[in-house]
Write a protein that binds this ligand. Structure first.
Ligand code: HEM
Length: 533
């Protein structure tokens, strides 16, 4: 029976229906279902063939395997070098898979600027290894905090009272005093013809002292810590800096397959918990010492004073002061130490550069000791530091940023939930921008005054960029400037041929690019003792 209901189309023109029926019967006969299936299959194949183009993702690295993705290709000792080689083959932006993570890698200054500045709101949070969460007491550290009002208040406090240019200006006399102490220490037992000095030891001691004074108002040479025992300064540095960095550098498969975040990874957890336990015991003892100092002397202007004073007003009372102070120790000592050691190493290997730097210092300060007011008149010193940060960028790749929404980068679509990895080292080694990229040549930074380490110009970005740029840049640069200047003004460095440190190898897969072997520099005094200020 024919249906009595008519479609609106039939109501408009009943003859069309008749024509359609007769045409279908005439040309297709009984094959209607077969033809419809064929059309659907054709449509689907066109859809899949063109979908890659429609999705418009960045080019993918060849050789991606199921489950593990491109992990095997990144197995080599320095993955940032592999990432840089891929940029030469696939272009400045490409994607790869690490475990279950889709990772987009950026390798050029304009892409980094787009990601960190222009599109900051879409990728303001980091995906951190679980070790950082264990060591950082969940999200107590600033680096692990998601962007938001709590993050902003914490950062504002840190910049106002410790790291900003004004706060660092107040630390000038402290830095000067500590540089003099370092130089005096080197003069002890120094024959006039010079001797080999363990420079890593000297530099780390100075940097640790500088950081501890700025944070706690004192820097113990030795102390007793209940639960650990008697510690010398080097052991304190190991507990506060080296051990936690080693723990963070361990590869934890749970970070690569986040659906297994709940599972246990005995090895990583026990290393992290052990490092965290020792760190907590030491920091608690340091805080006790701080409280005694405060009771005896009152405020000394250190950051712990400000934290105590403002504890009530800081919005995240849940971040114990211990973690806030420890974060500044670990972030400042290690990175500045890496940069300092490479600077002295390159100066020792390049006597013509060292001579030129010495002349520049001498022309500015004559026979008195250099001070921080002189720094603006030492462009060559600035170039030496910038060039070192380019070639030996202490933080080769940034912790990945997580896309909080669908976005585009470099004209490609990047879906929400993907990771964006910034290859800072690769940008400094881009052969198109930096001819002879692997040669250390401060001239190139002198020739290009636009290089400002990531504020406006992104050709070298050792401190990251945008709103989550390293807030310690002023402290780091002020420290490097006075330290290198003081050393070169008083000593001449060269590399002893038989000390086995003539290679420029950095350590393998570690979070920062420490020189693989500690620098032993032949050190000859230029003057008889510390110059008058
Ligand atoms: C040469 C020395 C240093 C280098 C190369 C360096 C490098 C970096 C880099 C690359 C980042 C990540 C930036 C980003 O994701 O965009 C960072 C973050 C950070 N750095 Fe530094 N840093 C140095 C010194 C310092 C110092 C002296 C401090 C002082 C405490 C410090 C404190 C921090 C903090 C708190 C963060 C987290 C910022 C945030 O998440 O917003 N850094 N640093």
């Amino acid at each position: 029976m024919e249906s009595t209901e008519k479609s609106p189309f039939q109501m408009v023109d009943p003859y069309i229906e008749k024509i359609k029926k007769s045409l279908i019967t005439r040309y297709l006969g009984d094959n209607v279902p077969t033809v419809l299936i064929a059309i659907a299959l054709f449509g689907l194949s066109i859809y899949f063939l063109t979908s890659k183009k429609r999705r418009n993702y960045p080019p993918a690295i060849h050789g991606t395997l199921p489950i593990i993705g491109n992990m095997l290709q990144l197995r080599e000792r320095k993955p940032y070098q592999t990432l840089t080689r891929w940029a030469e083959k696939y272009g400045p932006i490409y994607r790869l898979r690490i475990g279950a993570l889709n990772v987009v890698v950026l390798n050029s200054d304009d892409l980094i600027k787009e990601a960190l500045v222009t599109k900051y709101d879409s990728i303001s949070n980091r995906r951190l290894p679980l070790a950082v969460e264990i060591l950082g007491h969940d999200k107590s550290t600033l680096v692990a905090r998601d962007y938001g009002p709590h993050y902003s208040a914490r950062k504002r406090h840190l910049v106002t009272h410790l790291l900003g240019p004004m706060a660092q200006k107040e630390k000038r006399s402290l830095r000067h005093e500590l540089v003099v102490r370092m130089i005096n220490g080197m003069f002890e037992d120094m024959p006039t013809e010079g001797k080999v000095v363990h420079m890593r030891h000297v530099l780390n001691n100075f940097l640790f002292e500088n950081t501890m004074h700025q944070l706690f108002g004192f820097a113990p040479k030795e102390m007793y810590v209940p639960g650990i025992g008697f510690l010398f300064r080097e052991q304190m540095c190991k507990i506060l800096v080296d051990d936690p960095i080693d723990a963070i550098s361990l590869i934890d498969w749970r970070s690569l397959w986040p659906i297994f975040k709940w599972a246990s990874n005995e090895k990583v957890e026990s290393v992290c918990k052990q490092a965290a336990r020792q760190r907590d015991l030491l920091c608690e003892e340091l805080l006790k010492m701080y409280k005694i100092q405060f009771a005896l002397k009152g405020p000394t202007g250190c950051y712990a004073d400000h934290l105590h004073q403002d504890a009530e007003f800081l919005p995240d009372k849940y971040s114990p002061i211990l973690y806030i102070l420890w974060e500044s120790v670990i972030e400042s000592v290690d990175t500045v130490s890496v940069a300092s050691e490479w600077i002295i190493y390159e100066l020792a290997r390049n006597p013509h550069v060292q001579d030129r730097l010495y002349q520049e210092i001498k022309n500015v300060s004559g026979d008195r000791m250099i001070n921080e007011d002189d720094m603006a008149n030492l462009p060559y010193l600035g170039a030496v530091i910038k060039e070192t940060l380019r070639l030996y960028n202490p933080v080769t790749v940034l912790f990945t940023r997580l896309t909080g929404e669908d976005m585009t980068l470099g004209g490609y679509n990047i879906p929400k939930g993907w990771d964006v990895l910034i290859n800072q080292w690769g940008i400094g080694m881009d052969k198109r921008r930096w001819p002879d990229a692997d040669v250390w040549d401060p001239e190139r930074c002198l020739r290009d005054p636009s290089i400002d380490l990531g504020f406006k110009d992104f050709k070298i970005t050792p401190f990251g960029g945008g709103k989550r740029m390293c807030p310690g840049i002023h402290m780091a640069m002020a420290t490097l400037l006075v330290e290198v200047c003081g050393l070169v003004q008083h000593f001449e460095f060269s590399v002893p041929p038989d000390e086995g440190n003539a290679d420029a190898e950095s350590s393998q897969v570690s979070f920062t690019t420490h020189k693989a072997t500690p620098l032993l520099a032949f050190t000859k005094p230029r003057v008889k003792g510390v110059l008058p200020s």
